[in-house]
Design a binder for this molecule. Structure first.
Ligand code: NAD
Ligand code: IPM
Ligand code: MN
Length: 347
């Protein structure tokens, strides 16, 4: 029997409950699909930081490297550990170290889910650059605490980085409805974003079958809400992609519905799967976190490991669950009820 190894990093807050839910579903899908899933759980989190002074051990990256994939919940508990410490100690270094440069975030409507922004025809695949740009970490502060203080945070865009993420987007557009939206703010940012627009135009010549449109981030944010049916694949920088995908989640009906895959397309290191949402400290003790986003992310993990049929069955089970009204309205059902319904729908 073929067996895949998965590193589980539940992290903080609701990350723990939704990872547990997703793992249950993945194991059930594996049993039905005739393949095995091995796991090891890593309790890397803000609590661990408070105990050990580190979010993950020094050899954490090397430990994860031997797995076929990583399933992550959420990282961050700002009341205990500053986000600037926790995220730079766990989530962000994994994306960079494993060159997971393509962050794929599918946004589409699930049956039965309601929401004030819901609009028929909403089906957008966001491709977010995941290793450079505004998240490069380059910068510093001088004259801290004085009137002369200056803080600089430099966004770094490389030709290699911009070209490969756009190319990834073009390839995705080819497999979908043939439309690519490239997102910048080149009216205000005259170096990096003008560069991004230029690379978009250069690549467009190589993909004559893909219809390319460049949008400014502000305009496309409005378009997400007003005319989503005009969008298919959307490629954006690290920060713009981050913001657009919380908006995408909101249009879907809430943060609990949006899945995400941090992909290393060359497969030189494991890819990582996690919901778009965070640790949700405001609801973390209530048992009402929606596990759909994490389960959907788990389906993307199966797909990445080549278990396409199992992945499709998990998505179908999610759809049957929300269509029956379970997990469709935020807060109405408990995490376990939604998980049980998805497991039921799988059987
Ligand atoms: P958040 O996504 O955790 O929460 C935003 C809002 O959405 C909250 O009201 C929350 O209750 C709700 N929500 C989120 N997920 C939900 C779910 N599955 N079911 C129901 N409701 C859900 O964003 P935040 O409050 O800005 O961040 C909290 C912490 O998480 C911070 O430390 C932040 O840095 C971190 N964070 C981590 C990740 C990640 O690990 N990938 C992503 C985003 C935020
Ligand atoms: C996400 C999160 C992270 C990001 C934060 C927690 C650093 O918001 O995965 O969307 O911005 O990448
Ligand atoms: Mn985000």
């Amino acid at each position: 029997m073929k067996t895949h190894s998965v590193a589980l990093v539940p992290g903080d807050g609701i990350g723990v409950a939704v990872t547990e839910a997703a793992w249950q579903v993945l194991q059930r899908a594996a049993g039905q699909g005739g393949f095995g899933l091995d796991s090891e759980i890593f309790d890397w989190s803000c609590d661990r930081y408070l105990e050990t002074g580190r979010m993950m051990p020094e050899d954490g990256i090397e430990t994860l490297r031997r797995f076929d994939a990583i399933l992550l919940g959420a990282v961050g508990w700002p009341a205990k550990v500053p986000d600037s410490v926790s995220l730079h100690g766990l989530l962000l270094p994994i994306r960079k170290a494993f060159d997971q440069y393509a962050n794929i975030r599918p946004h589409r409507l699930l049956p039965g889910v309601e929401g004030p922004l819901r609009k028929e025809g909403f089906d957008i695949l966001c491709i977010r650059e995941n290793t450079e740009g505004e998240y490069s970490g380059a910068g510093g502060r001088v004259h801290q605490g004085t009137d002369a203080e200056v803080a600089v945070e430099t966004a770094i865009f490389t030709r290699r980085g911009v070209e490969r993420i756009l190319r990834f987007g073009f390839e995705q557009a080819r497999r979908r409805r043939g439309r690519l939206a490239s997102v910048t703010k080149s009216n205000a940012q005259k170096y990096s974003m003008v560069f991004w627009d230029e690379v978009t135009r250069e690549l467009a010549a190589e993909y004559p079958d893909v219809e390319v449109t460049s949008y400014h981030i502000d305009a496309i944010a409005a378009r997400f809400v007003m005319a989503p049916e005009t969008l298919d694949v959307v490629v954006a920088s690290n920060l713009f992609g981050d913001i657009l995908t919380d908006l995408g989640a909101a249009i879907q009906g809430g943060l609990g519905f949006a899945a995400s895959a941090n992909i290393n397309p060359a497969r030189t290191a494991p890819s990582m799967f996690e919901p778009v949402h965070g640790s949700a400290p405001d609801i973390a003790h209530l048992g009402i976190a929606n596990p759909v986003a994490a389960i959907w992310s788990g389906a993307m993990l199966l797909e990445h490991l080549g278990e396409t049929e199992a992945a499709e069955r998990v998505i179908a089970a999610i759809e049957r669950t929300t269509a029956a009204g379970i997990g469709a309205v935020p807060g109405r059902h408990r995490t376990e009820e939604i998980t049980a319904a998805v497991l039921n729908a799988l059987d």
